[in-house]
Design a protein around this ligand. Structure first.
Ligand code: DON
Length: 304
């Protein structure tokens, strides 16, 4: 039996003493204001026991981590038809690159890069009655937490500097792979990225991916097959052009965000979330990657 509490505290102490924490994202001005010394970890095991270290109850912007959640809701609405509009191959490119989108006639490589997530957002705008409200309701349900909310300042800040996402949405529109209005889809996309959660809430929310589609309240939201697909996408595409490195170092399906969060999971065992706002050159949390590498190396708990 592994003593998660002492393992996490030891790793938090060791990694937390690093001088080089990377750099906070500045292309979304609101994110540049975040204190780079914040550092939290939360692990939730399959018996729903939680283990915390550091700033695990401070909310932060989950950013691209939200792409897994929007993908889940879209899949539960339109099922396999989604794959007619977005592929499932790693891109090997940074999250906001557009060159492959043009080469491949407006079909994004996968739903976890920005262009793919914008197509998923378009699906949700089509199928949901009140997209932003209904999506938030879905998140609150799977997290079993009604305090989760959008940070309007972050959404606004991304909108005014979202030139590449406007370019992606317009390119998708030109290929007829965006059915709704560009403004409406991006407003939804900027809000989903501006969801705020703590490490603890993030581990709770992602519990269903380690628990065969059943959330914390034991309600079924996804089929086993859908969970298989989503976890496979996290493993192969969750870290963009660093997905190979994450699989190599950590060996778990996971997803990062430019707010400095990372969530990862071992099916049928645990879900773990880390937060350290400083990013490495590929846009993934520097200390978060180190924590997870150390955790799976020391405990032997990886999918490999
Ligand atoms: O669209 C964007 O650029 C951001 N809202 C999200 C990017 C992101 O989190 C990339 N992940 N590491």
């Amino acid at each position: 039996m592994i003593d998660f509490k002492s393992v996490l505290h030891k790793i938090h102490y060791e990694i937390g003493s690093r001088n080089d924490r990377g750099a906070v994202a500045t292309y979304i001005p609101e994110l540049a204001k975040v204190d780079i010394t914040k550092f939290g970890i939360h692990l939730l095991d399959k018996e729903k026991n939680g283990y915390s270290a550091g700033d695990s109850t401070t909310p932060f912007s989950i950013q691209s981590i939200s792409k897994v959640l929007s993908l889940s809701l879209a899949l539960s609405h339109i099922g396999e038809k989604l794959w007619e509009r977005v592929d499932v191959e790693p891109s090997g490119d940074p999250f906001n690159h557009l060159s492959l989108l043009e080469q491949e006639n407006g079909i994004p490589r996968n739903p976890l890069i920005n262009a793919g997530a914008i197509v998923v957002a378009d699906v949700l705008v089509s199928v949901l009655g009140n997209p932003k409200e209904d999506f938030l309701e879905f998140i609150r349900k799977i997290a079993n937490d009604h305090s989760i909310h959008y940070n309007e300042e972050v959404a606004k800040s991304e909108k005014v500097t979202g030139f590449r996402n406007y370019a992606a949405a317009n390119l998708l529109k030109s290929y007829k792979n965006l059915h709704n209005d560009v403004e409406q889809v991006l407003d939804f996309y900027f809000h989903q990225c501006a969801l705020e959660m703590t490490c603890q809430q993030l581990a709770h929310t992602f519990f269903l991916f380690s628990n065969r589609g059943h959330c914390l309240r034991d309600q079924k939201h996804l089929s086993i097959n859908q969970v298989k697909r989503i976890n496979a996408l996290m493993l192969t595409c969750g870290f963009y052009d660093e997905a190979g490195e994450f699989a190599f170092e950590v060996g778990l399906p996971g997803k990062s965000g430019v707010g400095g969060g990372i969530v990862a999971l071992l099916p049928n065992h645990f879900t773990v979330a880390t937060w350290s706002p400083g990013l490495n050159k590929k846009g993934n949390s520097k200390l978060g990657m180190e924590v997870l590498e150390k955790f799976t190396t020391e405990t032997g708990l990886s999918i490999f």
